[in-house]
Design a protein around this ligand. Structure first.
Ligand code: A3P
Length: 340
C-alpha cells in the first residue's frame, strides 16, 4: 500500500516545503497514498493526513495543556463542524453575548460578523499550525476548540483532564458526497479534478483526511459509552430532526443548562435560528469572507440536507458503502438510518 523509504519523497509537494526537520524526517518513514487536495496523504498514528497537519498535531500533542473547563468539538471533515461550532459558541457565551434576534441594535452577536471557525479555532489548522506555539493565556474561559484529530491522538491532557468533548457524527453517505464536492471546489488548480469514482474508491479504503471514517467515529463512540460525562456523541441527522431537543442536551452536558426563564423566553429557539444554515449562509462574512487556511467561507455552506447522497451515488455504490458500514460498525451499537 505505502511507498518505501526514499529521500526524494519529501519536498515534492508545496505543502511539504515549510516543514520542520523533525517532521520531514518522520514523513520518510510513513506510508503514503494519493491525497484528495494535496499530492499525498500520509498514514500517521493510524490515520491519514497531510504533512502540515502532522506537524501541527505533533506540536499540539507535545505542548497543549487542557484546562478542566475546556470544551473540544470533534468531527471528521464535512460532518457539520461549522454548525456545531456555532451552536456551542452561542450556548457557552450567551451571558456575554445575549442571543437577540432583533439585530437592529449596534451590539451584533459575534456569529453575525464572524465565521464560526474564527470564533472557535481549530487546534491543528489554526493554533498549532505553521510551526507556531499559540499564546492561549488570553482566551476567555471556558475555552472552546475545534479538531478533526481522532480520539486516540488527542493530547494526553485533553483525555486526562475534566475537559469535555463533543463529537458530531454524520452518516458516511452524505459526508462522502459533501467531502467530494468541497474538495473539488478548494483543490489547487495544479491538481486534476477528483472524479466521483476515484474519490469513492479511496473513501471506501479509508483513505481520506483523518480517516478511515469508521475508526474516527468508533474512537469517539466507544469513549462516549465508557465515559458519558466526558464525551457527548451527537448525530447530524438527529440534530437536524430536532435541533431544540439536542441543543438542550448539549447545554446540559456543557454544564450550561437552560434555565426555566430562558426556556420560557425562547432562548433555545433563538439560538437555533441564529445558527441555522439559512441564517449563517446569507451573512456577508460567510458569503465573501475567508477563514480556515484562507479558503472561501461560502464553500462551507452548500445544501445542508440529509439524504442528498441519492443524487450522486449509483445503486451499486450505495450497496458497497452500505455493506462496508455494516461490516465496520457491526457489534458497536452505532447505526445510521440511511435508507428510508
Ligand atoms: P453539505 O455539503 O451536505 O451541504 P463542515 O462544517 O464539517 O465542513 O460540514 C459541512 C456540511 O455542513 C455541509 O453539508 C454544509 O452545507 C453543512 N452545514 C453548514 N452549516 C450548517 C448549519 N448551520 N446547519 C446545518 N448544516 C450546515
Amino acid at each position: 500500500m505505502g511507498i518505501t523509504k526514499n529521500q526524494s519523497r519529501v519536498g515534492d509537494d508545496k505543502e511539504e516545503t515549510n516543514l520542520s526537520d523533525e517532521c520531514k524526517e518522520m514523513l520518510l518513514s510513513l506510508p503514503r497514498e494519493k491525497g484528495w487536495r494535496t499530492t499525498f496523504l500520509y498514514e500517521f498514528q493510524g490515520f491519514w493526513c497531510q504533512p502540515t497537519e502532522i506537524q501541527a498535531i505533533m506540536s499540539f500533542q507535545k505542548h497543549f495543556q487542557a484546562c478542566d473547563t475546556d470544551v473540544v468539538l470533534a468531527t471528521i471533515p464535512k460532518s457539520g463542524t461549522t454548525w456545531l461550532k456555532a451552536l456551542a459558541f452561542a450556548i457557552v457565551n450567551r451571558n456575554r453575548f445575549p442571543i437577540n434576534n432583533d439585530y437592529k441594535n449596534h451590539d451584533l452577536h459575534p456569529l453575525l460578523t464572524s465565521n464560526p471557525h474564527d470564533l472557535v479555532p481549530f487546534l491543528e489548522y489554526k493554533l498549532y499550525s505553521k510551526n507556531q506555539l499559540p499564546d492561549l493565556s488570553k482566551l476567555g474561559h471556558p475555552r472552546i476548540f475545534g479538531t478533526h484529530i481522532p480520539f486516540p491522538s488527542l493530547a494526553n491532557s485533553v483525555k486526562k483532564s475534566n475537559s469535555k468533548i463533543v463529537y458530531l457524527c454524520r452518516n458516511p453517505f452524505d459526508t462522502f458526497v459533501s467531502s467530494w464536492i468541497y474538495i473539488n471546489k478548494i483543490r489547487p488548480t495544479s491538481l486534476p479534478e477528483l472524479t466521483l469514482d476515484e474519490a469513492f474508491d479511496r473513501y471506501c479504503k479509508g483513505i481520506i483526511g483523518f480517516g478511515p471514517f469508521w475508526e474516527h467515529m468508533l474512537g469517539y463512540w466507544k469513549e462516549s459509552i465508557e465515559k458519558p460525562n466526558k464525551v457527548l456523541f451527537l448525530k447530524y441527522e438527529d440534530l437536524k430532526d430536532d435541533t431544540c431537543f439536542h441543543l438542550k442536551r448539549l447545554a446540559k452536558f456543557l454544564d450550561s443548562a437552560f434555565s426555566f426563564e430562558e426556556e420560557r423566553d425562547g432562548v433555545i429557539e433563538k439560538i437555533v435560528k441564529l445558527c441555522s444554515f439559512e441564517n449563517l449562509k446569507e451573512l456577508e462574512v460567510n458569503k465573501n469572507g475567508r477563514s480556515i487556511k484562507h479558503f472561501e467561507n461560502k464553500n462551507l455552506f452548500r445544501k445542508a440536507e440529509v439524504g442528498d447522497w441519492v443524487n450522486y451515488l449509483s445503486p451499486k455504490m450505495a450497496d458497497k458503502l452500505s455493506k462496508l458500514v455494516d461490516e465496520k460498525l457491526r457489534g458497536s451499537g452505532l447505526k445510521f438510518k440511511v435508507f428510508t
